[in-house]
Design a protein around this ligand. Structure first.
Ligand code: 6PG
Length: 248
């Protein structure tokens, strides 16, 4: 575990989500002052839903200069955007429906397209258009919210899956054998190029995996491979997920 990371334990998902929304708001303010776009990649799943609802709520929405924000997806299931499984659908319902983000500032992963490789290439071009990395450099997102599954996966980087070894492409299709389904996902080099990565982990079903990821031998879980090269790594976890940790 990268010692420069921080682990913050919260009494429940609500205080955890408030803290994550506050972090988003603060980083967004800094980027607005710097007159630079604030680029954020959002995960899917269930944990971040309350965070997204908070960001779109009257409490937070008015504090963010949304015209300066660009939202990307960390990963997407290969289903239509209105499918119940779609991460985009969850983000649209919980955040985009209420935050005044300019439509062109949400960058959707078109993972439903038959040509997944082409969809991945086009998403990488979208990242390049907004982040303008120098030639040969990785695109550097300002903030990435990640989740972690009970199997230690993050993004759509599942244990034993091919995308874990990708060190060239920014975005790839990936087959999740555990789910017998395809995904599109940002790759490890892009995730580790970010300025700030925040894991959001809640629920007792993740406690044993979280203990092993944070306090066990390294290199066993995809979540352990998230080690920002020039960035900060934070774990926002709730008490039920953290109760097996030595350090609290
Ligand atoms: C996805 C997510 C995935 C998620 C974890 C945790 O597409 O499912 O991006 O990486 O973050 O599976 O999901 P929960 O938050 O639902 O536990």
């Amino acid at each position: 575990m990268n010692q420069s990371s921080e682990v913050r334990v919260f009494d429940g998902l609500e205080p955890l989500s408030w803290a994550a929304a506050t972090q988003f708001e603060q980083l967004a303010r800094v980027r607005a002052i710097e007159k630079k776009p604030f680029s954020v990649a959002l995960s899917g799943g269930s944990t971040p839903k309350l965070l997204y609802e908070l960001l779109g709520s009257t409490t937070f929405s008015g504090r963010v200069r949304w015209s300066n924000v660009h939202l990307f997806q960390v990963d997407e299931r290969c289903v239509p955007p209105d499918d119940a499984q779609s991460n985009y659908r969850m983000i649209r319902q919980s955040l985009l429906a209420s935050a005044p983000l300019p439509e062109e500032n949400f960058h959707r992963m078109a993972a439903e397209r038959p040509d997944r490789e082409q969809a991945a290439r086009e998403y990488a071009e979208d990242l390049a258009r907004v982040l303008h990395p120098a030639p040969g450099e990785w695109p550097r997102l300002d903030l990435i919210f990640l989740g972690m599954g009970p199997d230690g996966h993050t993004a759509s980087l599942f244990p034993g899956s091919q995308a874990l070894d990708e060190r060239t492409a920014w975005v790839v299709p990936n087959f999740a054998a555990q789910l017998n389904s395809f995904r599109l996902t940002l790759t490890l080099p892009v995730l580790n190029a970010a300025a700030h990565v925040i894991f959001l982990v809640a629920g007792a079903d993740k406690a044993e995996t979280l203990r092993q990821v944070l306090e066990g031998p390294q290199g066993h879980y995809p979540a352990q491979l998230i080690q920002p090269v020039r960035g900060r790594l934070s774990w926002f976890v709730d008490q039920s997920a953290a109760h097996l940790l030595k350090r609290q």
